[in-house]
Design a protein around this ligand. Structure first.
Ligand code: OSB
Ligand code: MG
Length: 357
């Protein structure tokens, strides 16, 4: 098969409520859908997950769109290929720019699955020699807000049967808010994501352990590897890396160095499904627990992530909440609805959603 045309479709989704992390406040999710057309007129779609500003990653929507139209499109067009991996190798000469590559790669996988008449989840499971489940337990990420609002969000998440509740935190002093949430919900399983906002301090490990968390994601800035390894060695609580994992090698190195015990995989940050499957393979040999992170995706990105998170290797529910947790309206149909804490992998071929532009 071969790609004959690459198209970019910018979309903008209004968040129902601002989503606050220690990096930025999101009120609008600007996205780009990459549409590929092949030689027999079939289409594949992938989502560009960069944000509008370079606070979470150095890539932004505007820079990544440029990389795709001016560089990547040419590399993948009019080249015969049998497997997505072959086309992915065509992008190797381009340094970094993983989110841009990921948008193209996930569109290639969608197209490849459609050509086979199979759901993306099935095609990924075959490629990774594993199994997938049609109903995937999912978790919710709760942004930074007041204590009362946080408690209300936890209550709502429990009522909706989310399988994992993750609270964003900003800085050491904000851990007091988490301690108060813990007091209000003594037995609820809670995770915390600091997005690198904590600073090493004498009593930090004790304070964190007292919260009784399932895991703490990204305590320190991403280059603070030694501080993270020291913290992990003092903690009962498992640390999880999200932001420092930009490659399979990063994950394996950090596990072996004892910096953390759990990996949150963002397939778009890795460069998408081709490297994501390599991380699944690394998980098998290294044995670290793996789960699927989120980037406040629109419909196509959510569908891609859900296919990945449906693989048997994912140990915890991913940050893959229902469409209506963030958006009143999504550009892709069908939207994802939560049933008993699970999202259903669409039964159609490819990633299973149809974007409407
Ligand atoms: O750090 O996991 C993160 C959202 C945007 C950028 C980074 C992160 C997040 C989330 C939300 O935590 C995940 C989601 O629900 O998509
Ligand atoms: Mg995170």
């Amino acid at each position: 098969m071969k790609i004959v045309k690459v198209r970019l479709h910018p979309v903008s989704l209004q968040l129902k409520q601002p989503f606050v992390s220690s990096h930025e406040t999101l009120t609008t999710r600007e996205l780009t859908v990459v549409g590929l057309e092949d030689e027999i007129g079939m289409h594949g779609y992938g989502e560009l997950e960069a944000f509008s500003r370079p606070f979470y990653t150095s890539e932004m929507q505007v820079t990544a769109r440029w990389i795709i139209t001016e560089v990547l499109a040419d590399l993948v067009t009019d080249r015969e290929f049998d497997q997505p991996e072959e086309l992915y190798r065509r992008m190797d000469p381009v340094k970094d720019n993983q989110l841009a590559k990921a948008a193209v790669d996930s569109a290639v996988w969608d197209l490849y699955a459609k050509r086979q008449g199979q759901p993306l989840a099935q095609v990924l499971a075959t490629s990774a020699q594993t199994t997938w489940q049609p109903d995937v337990p999912v978790g919710i990420s709760v942004g930074i807000q007041s204590l009362a609002q946080t408690c209300q969000s936890v209550r709502q998440a429990q009522a909706a049967n989310y399988g994992r509740i993750k609270l964003k935190v900003h800085g050491n002093t904000d851990l007091k808010r988490i301690a108060a949430v813990r007091k209000a919900f003594p037995t609820t399983k809670l995770c915390v994501d600091a997005n690198g906002s904590l600073t090493p301090a004498a009593a930090l490990a004790t304070e964190i352990d007292a919260l009784g968390l399932t895991m703490l994601e990204d305590p320190f800035a991403r280059n603070a590897q030694q501080a993270t390894a020291n913290l992990q060695s003092q903690l009962q609580t498992d640390l999880c890396y999200d932001e420092p994992i930009e490659s399979v090698a990063d994950a394996v190195r950090a596990i072996r160095a004892g910096e953390r015990r759990i990996i949150s995989m963002k397939s778009s940050v890795l460069g998408d499904l081709t490297p994501a499957l390599q991380l699944v393979a690394a998980h098998r040999t290294e044995g670290f627990p793996l789960w699927c992170g989120g980037m406040v995706e629109g419909g196509v990105g959510r569908a891609t992530n859900l296919a990945l998170a449906s693989l048997a290797e994912f140990a915890f529910p991913g940050d893959l909440s229902a469409t209506d947790r963030y958006f009143a309206y999504d550009y892709a149909q069908p939207e994802f609805q939560l049933r008993a804490g699970q999202l259903q992998v669409p039964r159609f071929s490819g990633n299973g959603v149809i974007p409407q532009f």
